[in-house]
Design a protein around this ligand. Sequence first.
Ligand SMILES: Cc1cc2nc3c(=O)[nH]c(=O)nc-3n(C[C@H](O)[C@H](O)[C@H](O)COP(=O)(O)OP(=O)(O)OC[C@H]3O[C@@H](n4cnc5c(N)ncnc54)[C@H](O)[C@@H]3O)c2cc1C
Length: 514
Amino acid sequence: MPVHGQSLTRVVIAGGGTAGWTAAAALAQQLGPLLDITLVESEEIGTVGVGEATIPTIRTFHTLLGLDEREFMRATQASFKLGIAFENWARTGDRYIHAFGDIGKTTWMGGFHNMWLMAKAAGFGGGLGECCVEYQAAEAGKFAISETLPINYAYHLDAGLYARFLRAKFEPRGVRRIEGRIARAEQDGESGHVTALVMENGTRVAGDLFIDCTGFRGLLIEQTLGAGYEDWRHWLPTDSALAVQTPSTDRILPYTRAIARSAGWQWRIPLQSRVGNGLVYCSAHLTEDQARTELLANVNGSLLTEPRLIRYVTGRRRKMWDKNVVALGLASGFMEPLESTSIHLIQVGVTRLIKMFPFGGEFAALRARYNEQTNVEFERIRDFIVLHYKLTQRDDAPFWRACREMAVPDSLAERIALFDESAYAYQGADDLFSVTSWVFVMIGQRLMPRQFHHMGGMLGAERLRRALESLQAGISRGVVGMPLHKDFLRSYCPTEKPDTVATRGIASGTGDSK
Ligand SMILES: Cc1cc2nc3c(=O)[nH]c(=O)nc-3n(C[C@H](O)[C@H](O)[C@H](O)COP(=O)(O)OP(=O)(O)OC[C@H]3O[C@@H](n4cnc5c(N)ncnc54)[C@H](O)[C@@H]3O)c2cc1C
């Protein structure tokens, strides 16, 4: 029941993909009794159907929703994710993992990578990944949830099942769902605020605050309000993706693979029931036919679906919250999926809205703050993704040469210069990615700093050697004791393979067998 003085109660969510149902779930769970929540979606239009790799923040968000991990994993055919393996990025044949864990033990003085760099300079120290549990567990295909060796992880999930799971949980908890196509939006003549959605069958869905989750079309934020779009393709030049599903393999890897190809990269996302594959590419360098050939030459087993083309423009809406419309998900912009950050951005967007919820009906200042924070967040993530492209040393294709030579945002140029000069990396207040993430990617992309902090010198070479050996041996022992990821899944959250997945083959793919 709204309290006295609350003038904004009716929230209308347009769209029922990952963004729509995430927004509905969070609002219902956190503010349900104070609001009247309606979600409008069209099964005929459907959802984008991709977006299956996540980052560890999803676990905090699920706690906020009160979800049970095993139930969620069973319902979405989910597997665990310990990081992303980048293959062929700096040079063809290179491989590194951006793992979700810490590198050694960081001190207030600086990151542990400085110790490792000092060890390397002295001729010992092993690989950087040997100082990280999640890295080693990923390499070994192992996984466990244990109190003695806690690890940081995220999930791979089936995007369609995820929206369905959230709907099944939260529709009975006060979300009114309306099925059908929205034809247009009505606006207030004076303020321009949206007052109602008008459905194709003539029904009006009135509201006070609208959340645009209609995907790329941005039915309210763009088609109605014309909020504008900032195009980032000069920094992130891919604009197309072909997606296809293949059967599950024997080994369910506990990490995503991002394999650089001739004009983009290929993803492999292993779920319990199948593998999600796709090629993200730049259409100026590769035709759709060439992309299809490149993708199908590099998937394993029969195809469960036809390859599906998705076009996009990487960038962001100039105003994420315009008038009384807040855009979430693809309606708010498109972040290159390389670091699996879009679902996270939806979750942060809706939690920010909950914190800033405009109960009294006036929100000009709240809206300005929301937009400012969201903009910074998008930019920091953008920089981290651009980093992967910029630091390539590949000279074998025009696409990679163009990436190497492109000018990058000043904010990223500063970070690269800092690390190159002194191994200094930082996580600012609004940064999603930790120092460890920056270090894994910069070193993985062969940016070896010219200097580093000499904190390791305080130990002396012999003690430094022993400290590193002991750390790495402890990690190895811990990983040896873990079960294989697929065995852990089988005991923790077994799922039944859907019939469709087991039986519906479309065509045969060839390709590498990793
Ligand atoms: C190639 C690719 C790979 C990706 N990989 C990842 C990843 O690994 N990790 C990650 O976090 N994110 C990823 N993403 C992003 C992720 O897919 C999206 O952020 C997420 O799926 C949210 O989509 P959405 O709900 O905004 O849009 P959609 O799924 O498109 O949903 C739009 C909704 O609006 C409804 N709708 C639209 N118009 C109307 C209308 N007129 N009337 C009624 N209803 C309407 C539709 O029916 C649908 O319900 C990827 C995206 C792409 C393109």
